[in-house]
Design a binder for this molecule. Structure first.
Ligand code: NAP
Length: 403
């Protein structure tokens, strides 16, 4: 059993890496177990026993609370730091009260600064678009900055009163007494590193453009700075590989020179209408935390079902791979949930460790399941076919893989 190491700016992964998994809450245990079966089958098919994942379970969420009185026990956090990769089922987070999101806690602890969500149409899904085949986007959402740093106070708290008094007395800014307050930090270093990752990804995967999504017209020193720092990183660090939109018109008469990556930007509200009205014009979207959260789901909806999407949270110390959807509590324990989001998260993990043959095998099997209408109830109800259960769907995928 080998731990994944990080040396000289690179991860080293043996043929028998030890990878952690947490089953999660609600539908988590069913879909996580089903997905691990699919991943193992694809790895076996691709490498005939020469490569194998050694799964190790860690406890998190409701089950950990019952056992250890803590939703994120210290030993789970230690194991994540040591093993670096976590394949994680969805975890419950209460709205407006209670404990802080466990997902956010893990992301911040590991400094997993990029949330990467590929959104590509599966032929056969019911999409709200006329030409959903045109959707092939990858959202890079900054994960550690912005309004998600958790600096906020309730309207009547002493902290909020102190902050409002300071703003009033020292900065000549008046905030009404009944307001809660939050702080939106945006860092140059954090913008630079996510930009670097998005551009490297775009270049390695031969994507056409990276679009910076921001609301810099209104929030000039946070969102506007994100735009400025992202361009600055692109121009200073990738000069030979990129062309900015301004240069495209001033130097190239509007025609992209071949082999170059276009860097452009769109104001957040425009970005939403653009991806809906003209999805084929967009490729990699680079966004700060809050914009990235919104656009990820909106982009997901374009292909008809965010239940089929996975996401990767990556940093320089490791990664966490999960479905985009949550715990869907009403379906928990009923063997009806769709495990595709978790399976797609598994393909992102395989890509991260460089086992792309196994990833491709899974992608082909998923495409075949949808095109032959072998699907769970969430998709079956639109296709008008008999649904498969969670386990039966996973067995069907494993059958396609073994064929
Ligand atoms: P949700 O769990 O994603 O469920 C919303 C709806 O989406 C479900 O009622 C169901 O729709 C559908 N759905 C989601 N996943 C599905 C699947 N695998 N198979 C079939 N249908 C699926 O969102 P939520 O109800 O807003 O959140 C519930 C809890 O999950 C909250 O505590 C939230 O904080 C947490 N959450 C966790 C994560 C994470 O761990 N990364 C992410 C998001 C949310 P229908 O009712 O139309 O069938």
């Amino acid at each position: 059993m080998d731990k994944i190491e990080f040396k000289d700016g690179r991860f080293t992964v043996s043929d028998m890496p030890s990878i952690l998994y947490a089953l999660g809450d609600g539908i988590g245990p069913e879909i996580t177990r089903a997905s691990m079966g699919v991943i193992d089958t694809a790895v076996e098919k691709a490498y005939k026993g020469k490569k194998k994942i050694e799964w190790r379970e860690v406890s998190a969420g409701e089950e950990a609370e019952k056992k250890a009185g803590n939703r994120l026990p210290e030993e789970t956090l230690e194991a994540i730091k040591e093993h670096r990769l976590l394949f994680k089922g969805p975890l419950e987070t209460p709205v407006g009260k209670g404990f802080r999101s466990l997902n956010v806690t893990i992301r911040l602890m590991m400094d997993l600064y990029a949330n990467i969500r590929p959104v590509k149409y599966f032929k056969g899904l019911e999409s709200p678009l006329r030409d959903p085949e045109k959707v092939d986007l990858v959202v890079f959402r900054e994960n550690t900055d912005d309004l998600y740093t958790g600096i906020e106070w309730q309207a009547n708290s002493n902290e909020a009163k102190k902050l409002k008094a300071f703003l009033n007395d020292s900065m000549n800014v008046r905030i009404s007494d009944d307001s809660g307050v939050g702080i939106k930090p945006m860092s140059r270093m954090k913008t630079q590193r996510i930009t670097r990752m998005a551009i490297k990804y775009a270049l390695q995967n031969k994507r056409r453009s990276v679009t910076i999504m921001h609301k810099g017209n209104i929030m000039k020193y946070t969102e506007g700075a994100f735009r400025e720092w992202a361009y600055e990183t692109a121009v200073n660090e990738f000069r030979d590989d990129i062309v900015t939109e301004e240069e495209l018109y001033s130097n190239y008469n509007g025609t992209m020179p071949s082999g170059k990556l276009l860097i452009n930007d769109r104001i957040a509200d425009n970005m939403f209408q653009q991806v809906i009205a003209k999805p084929s014009l967009y490729d990699v979207i680079l966004a700060p935390n809050l914009n990235g959260d919104y656009i990820s789901d909106a982009a997901g909806a374009l292909i008809g079902d965010i239940g089929v999407l996975g996401s990767a949270n990556i940093g320089d110390t490791g990664g966490m791979f999960e479905a985009v959807h949550g715990t869907a509590p009403k379906y928990a324990g009923k063997n009806v949930a769709n495990p595709m989001g978790m399976i797609k998260a598994g393909t992102l993990m395989l890509e991260f460790i460089g086992w792309t043959e196994a990833k491709d095998i899974i992608d082909n099997a998923l495409a075949k399941a949808i095109s032959t209408k072998k699907v769970t109830q969430d998709i079956a109800r639109f296709m008008g076919v008999e649904p498969l259960g969670t386990k039966e769907f996973a067995e069907t995928i494993m059958g396609f893989i073994r064929e």
